[in-house]
Design a protein around this ligand. Structure first.
Ligand code: FUB
Length: 336
């Protein structure tokens, strides 16, 4: 029998499932009061088939996970919000995020409304681990999925969102829902993620949503055919040395990539890959600084043997180069 000492045991959690008693995905990590809070989706196991509409992702509630520090045991705080307590929601509680503002914790989350269209909602709580109380209606003017909340140094909160296919973003290219909306042709600019400024009381959008431009090294918008670099879903925003880093999933090519800019609303210039594909179709992440180091939280389907809707949340350290670029992570190679 191998008895792990404290340090070895802590190190062994890197790139391992943080919990296995439930399936978790889409981890949005934050540091509140010196502790790591993770807001994941809660995957429900079933035997149904996968499709391009994402019908296999049948999530009904949210659990909040915490770690006292990197490598510490991960604690599940139980159900923080259930879909039955969200008056406007019909189905599928997908990837959430959270933000702390003026003494309250706000869970920002997508769900299909009663008509089957994805919308974004807000739920409020006094404790970062929940429970959260949902507002009676979704955010007016919201659509699609994968909200990521970012508070800038001036206290303004921006929500980045949008996802293609099941997430319906290609159906909102004109700003209103078009059931026939398709992805642009190969030589046309790709569909862009959206960004909205939240009102001070966090009840709705103060301005936006606007498209967030992602350009190549020549200043041209990335094309729809550029599937290794164009936006698909799962945005995250963080700031490093004064620059804004927009990272996201390329979906069909399964990379986590990033682009940098000078302002929270862009434009952004594509910079490179953060992570090579994981086991499973989806890839979704968040980035935090903790104890002077940077970490990527992500999910994969290794634990379930590759079943796309049985995902588990993991983390690994993320390294910057001197010029601010991010070193690409190979998820199944030994970490540095
Ligand atoms: O969890 C459901 C969907 O899968 C998310 O919204 C996407 O980002 C992908 O991870």
């Amino acid at each position: 029998m191998i008895v792990q000492t404290g340090k070895e045991k802590e190190m062994s959690r890197e790139r391992e499932p943080l919990v296995t008693h439930i399936y978790t995905a889409d981890p949005s990590a934050h540091v509140y009061d010196g502790k790591i809070y993770i807001y994941p989706s809660h995957d429900i196991p079933h035997d149904g088939e996968d499709n391009d509409n994402g019908d296999e992702y049948q999530m009904q509630d949210y659990h909040v996970l915490t770690m006292d520090h990197i490598g510490a045991e991960c604690v599940d705080h139980g159900e923080a919000l259930h879909i039955k307590d969200v008056p406007w929601a019909g189905d599928q509680l997908w990837a959430p995020d959270a933000v702390y503002k003026d003494g309250k914790y706000y869970l920002v989350f997508p769900a299909r409304d009663k008509e089957g269209n994805f919308r974004l909602g807000i739920a409020v709580g006094d404790d970062p681990a929940g429970p959260f109380t949902a507002q009676p209606d979704y955010i007016e003017g919201s659509y699609s999925i994968d909200p990521a909340a970012f508070m800038d140094d001036d206290g303004k909160v921006y929500i980045y969102f949008g996802g293609l296919w099941g997430g319906q973003l290609e159906k909102y290219q004109s700003g209103v829902f078009d059931p026939e909306g398709k992805e642009p042709g190969p030589d046309e600019p790709a569909v862009l993620p959206r960004c909205a400024l939240m009102s001070g009381d966090m009840t709705g959008f103060e301005s936006g949503p606007v498209e967030v431009e992602i350009r190549d090294e020549n200043g041209e918008l990335l094309l729809a055919s550029d599937e290794e670099r164009r936006y698909f879903e799962a945005p995250w925003m963080h700031k490093y040395k004064g620059k804004y880093y927009l990272s996201y999933s390329t979906g069909t090519t399964h990379y986590i990539v990033y682009a940098t800019g000078e302002r929270p609303t862009g434009p952004f210039t594509y910079r490179g890959r953060i992570m090579e594909p994981v086991i499973g179709w989806t890839t979704h992440h968040s980035i935090i600084e903790f104890g002077g180091k940077w970490y990527l939280f992500y999910h994969d389907c290794e634990y379930s043997g590759g079943i796309n809707h049985r995902r588990t949340v993991k983390y690994t350290e993320l390294h910057y180069n001197e010029d601010g670029s991010i070193q690409t992570i190979s998820p199944y190679e030994k970490s540095k």
